[in-house]
Design a protein around this ligand. Sequence first.
Ligand SMILES: Cc1cc2nc3c(=O)[nH]c(=O)nc-3n(C[C@H](O)[C@H](O)[C@H](O)COP(=O)(O)OP(=O)(O)OC[C@H]3O[C@@H](n4cnc5c(N)ncnc54)[C@H](O)[C@@H]3O)c2cc1C
Length: 488
Amino acid sequence: MDAARLDPGPGIRNGAQYLAGLRDGREVWLHGRRVTDVTAEPSLGRGAHTLAGFLDRQSDPPNFERLTYVENGRRFAMSFLIPRLQADVARRGAAFYEWATWSHGMFGRTPDYKNASVMAFAAAADFLAQGKAEFADNMRRYYEYVRSNDKVLTHTLVNPTFNHAQAKEGKYSDKVALQVVRETDAGLVVSGARLLATLGPHADEIEVFPSTLLTASPENLPFAFAFAMPVATPGIRLICRDSYDHGQSHYDAPLASRFEEMDAVVIFKDVLVPWERVFMYREPLLCNRAFAETNAVVHMMHQVVCGKLAKAEFIVGLLCAMARATGKDKDMEVKGQIAEAMWIAEMVRAFRYAAEGQAHADQRGNWLPLRRPLDTSRNLFPKLYPRLVELVQLLGSSSLMAIPCEADFDNDLAQDVGQYFQTLNLGSRDRIALFRLAHDVAISAFGNRQALYERFFFGPQNIMASIYFDLYDKEAMMERVDSLLRAN
Ligand SMILES: Cc1cc2nc3c(=O)[nH]c(=O)nc-3n(C[C@H](O)[C@H](O)[C@H](O)COP(=O)(O)OP(=O)(O)OC[C@H]3O[C@@H](n4cnc5c(N)ncnc54)[C@H](O)[C@@H]3O)c2cc1C
């Protein structure tokens, strides 16, 4: 069967169906060799099984009401729901949040993130028709395909920087960047590299969209496009970073052993993209406007704020548990330290509810959470998450290093470990488990990658900040300043 076909499916999938779909001959490279089956590969498989477990939860009938919706007799993930009513925005937010709690926000790229974007593009497909009428139909068909087959998507938006000055001018190097090398009757042929597909090895489909700004020069036309392809397309090759799942037990690596979502550079070698999978082409300025004018960025930010809330809450819980272990939770100084994490969590909660509570109809009559609180959150959280990590380090100190492994409870060290690692409120086994978790948040390679992810996954902070500045409604505030000066 042609994997690029867009046949509709029956609706939500369970974990076993998802895992079966990943055994499709995709070209994934890890640790110097090609992976034959990502679901069975020791340092990739557990991440896939975690995601399968999430899809099983979504497929569990008691959860249907909260996590799915029914349309024309088929059941779909809530993240595909086009919000036609104000209440739909809150329903979507509740489902995003619940998904995020399953990983405590540590599996950042659950499928609802990309589903939110595909939903938004399909609901605003008229925008794509400005390029070509067929592109709008392609997107509507693609949305139907993705939601009715409950496909898991990744995306890759960024060309590798070859020359910073050139990139700053909105141009790309034909030596490295993904570009159209040929057009045929069947579609576009593309070659080059893209950064960075989080979840790539575990995804069914990869969206290749524009995000970095392109100037409308003739030499940019081959770089201006949007399309989506199955990961298992011949010519698509994923080059993974080192895995942070080192095969340790859940006790030893509580996060890395569960939530390794993997990031991969994506190489395209003469990949044929059928026309029905193309959504934009040779329109740099349209590409630049796409995420904003379809509201995809707002719906994605909505998923993100709900996930960051779950993550910040988890760190608060962790800090409180760490403090309680030795009775530090009775100390005024320590309470004050942890209160800072609580403020961060409450700030994110306020952003979420401010956006949902002020949801409004968009230009097409669909409902949209208010952009500004979400945008504020996406600009602040990349700066606040590293502070949360720092708070774990400051409170944890040497306890983050005093972490024998699970095997030490069964070897010659067992008596020492049982004796010398206890604290006022925790026996050794529970104390070590807690601080191994803190280590996985704040010290391990897994934890450090989380911090890097928060800093960058939505784009460079300076560019997001400058967009924020441009969109901010400044006039009334400046007018107040002017009026005071006029009164001088
Ligand atoms: C863990 C992780 C996961 C990611 N997952 C994905 C994903 O799934 N899909 C995806 O598409 N992308 C993903 N990304 C990539 C992310 O979008 C980029 O990292 C981000 O857009 C920054 O681009 P860059 O990495 O090329 O860095 P650069 O553009 O090189 O920026 C790095 C630094 O250079 C400076 N700089 C860059 N541009 C300018 C400028 N114009 N003016 C002034 N200074 C500048 C800034 O100091 C900036 O912080 C991921 C990144 C990480 C780290």
